[in-house]
Write a protein that binds this ligand. Sequence first.
Ligand code: ADP
Ligand code: ZN
Ligand code: ZN
Length: 755
Amino acid sequence: MSSYETGRYAEVIIDIAYNKLDRPFTYKVPERMQKTLQTGSLVLVPFGNGNVMRKGYVIALTDECALPPEKVKEIAELPVNDSGYSEDADGAVAIALAAWMKRQYGSTMAAALKTVLASRKPGKPVKTREIELRLGWEEAEDQLAVYVRKHQVARERLLRELMEVPRQPYSLVTEKLHITAPVIRAMAAAGVIEVVEETSLRNPVTFDKEAAEEKELSRAQKAIVDGVLKDYDAGQPSVSLIHGITGSGKTEVYISIIRGICERGKKAIMLIPEIALTYQTLLRFYRYFGERVSVMNSSLSDSEKADQWERARRGEIDVIIGPRSALFTPFADLGVIVIDEEHEGSYKNESMPKYHTRETAIELARMKKACVVLGSATPSLESYDRALRGEYRLYKLSERLTGGTLPEVEIADLRQELRNGNRSILSERLQLLLSDRLTKGEQSILFLNRRGVAGFVSCRSCGSVIKCPHCEVSLSLHKNGRLVCHYCGYEQPNVRECPECGSPYVSAMRAGTEQIEEHLKMRYPGARVLRLDADTTSKKGSYDRILSSFANREADILVGTQMIVKGHDFPGVTLVGILLADLSLYAGDYRASERTFQLLTQAAGRAGRGEAPGSVVIQTYQPENYAVQYASGQDFEGFYKEEMKYRSLLLYPPAAHMLCVQIQSPDEDKAESFAGRIRELFTRDDPEALVIGPAKASLSKIRDQYRYVIYVKDEKYDKLVRCKDRAEAFYAYLIRIGKDPQILMQFDFDPVSPF
Ligand code: ADP
Ligand code: ZN
Ligand code: ZN
């Protein structure tokens, strides 16, 4: 890569969300910039007739110019230059990656560049805020005894942490340890701790290197580390998938692989879904990599992020940990990208470009000759399928190294409950176990998996669900009382009785966490109940407050949505109830079963993290459903085989690829007729093409925008890319001839959540 090339002209993509301008414009490079300007640099340029200053990205530097030189304007400024942050040996790769994303996912070049180069923002030196222990060891022990005696749980917890690692970042303490600001202030006022603020480019964390304790890897762990490094040393960096249950030692393997890569002088990107990024995990990395590791997450400000990226660029760190955006950390000599919980939906970017982090990471690794390690207890079907085909190396870890037992999982048949006259949301079994936990003073979590719920209609007597006869996904009940398929647009009137068994108990399921909370308070008047959902967490800081209160055992029962499933270990929890497994089972899209299997498996894993063994109760109207069955047996293989049969039969990913063209307009007729024209376009080009729809999107109107979808399925991804190109060209043509369709068109390849 000729990243240090210079030239008298620069090709610049203007940072503007307007398709028509999504092409490079040529600018003169002023003398003073000829040494510093590089591909990937962010610049300010005069644009248009009024010479309004706009941001742009340099995508190429040349000495030639096709235009008459007097017509070419000059770059005005390198806005990032002052801070010295523009230096970027990696710009050429970033631009190649953006170009790949544009082609692969459909977006403007400007949007793709913005995603990849987001880090090249000007950054001011930032203040770091840390909490430091002010007591010596013996004083600290005395103080600890006082906190224990006074049951000051939060203070006790913070003090214990600081006695292990005496100086820790403020944000980690508040967010991951769930210690609130008043507690910190009180402890500071008492002289136990001090809040230290410094202005520098330093790591957001300090650590205690002595605390790093070497673990001898098990044979299975060692085989993975050796395998990955051997491929790497042979000059054939591989993609590996580690399928290992929670607690089987995956993180330990990641750390060893990253150490091996760092010993070879290369750098590592460690991706973890934001919600699963626990304090404990971070600490483990700090203990091994100390000052050479840094963390990215959404609680950092833009300039703090820029700071971390700057440190990466200067080679001051070896490892960055963070959610999907950390993938774009500008390491010049990247050696490995690790993606933990690789099945997680948050790895799909839901705004343009709608890229998948896993695919993009693999492409970036290919460009950089780096290896990729994926890990999960419930791998995505995509990854498992490729691993079985030999495209990825498959490794398994099947034992829990800490000995903790997997919880016992029971299924409660809600149809039977109905027959027994129990119409409450709690099965008899769950009621019994809840009372038991309350008397023992143990904690319980009740989980309502509402993600992606689309108002499906089901029978409470036999459990069957009304499905689309063409797409095998559940139909959604609309306000007008009709049942609609969000893939193909099929509609029918709502049913009054069950088509399978004739029972009149057919209805849409609309249970909410609030009703459940009410119900619990009524049934167990003495119990302390907390609720965690979108409503109770809308205020800043409330999410942490609720979780810390539960962690401090200030409540007996936590009721919540999928927000509570991940990342947080509550050793006091010995019972997990999944109130209605069916809710996510019939979300109306082809991934509903997979998501349910993952959620159930993970929710079950929340129980029994401490010493007491845990119980899990899954309530459902469909106890025989395979996702429920395999989840209760913690049988991933079984689930995979069964689910692949369904995907293959209906050509859903990963058996084939699927493109969703999303069309929005404030004018419903325009949206619908444009969608119809796109359909025609696809079928005219290729009469055999598997085009489905147009249909109303599952969220058919948002903020006065009507939303339509068209799906195309094909085994060849490239064919879908051609469809996308065709649709884009058609749109551009309409603009050119002055017939602006006044719609917004976006693309989603292999969608992860319904539009
Ligand atoms: P996962 O990432 O799969 O959940 P971890 O790497 O967090 O698993 O390991 C689970 C627990 O087992 C941790 O407490 C870890 O310290 C411990 N552990 C991991 N590998 C070993 C090992 N080789 N020897 C002893 N303990 C280990
Ligand atoms: Zn029925
Ligand atoms: Zn359908």
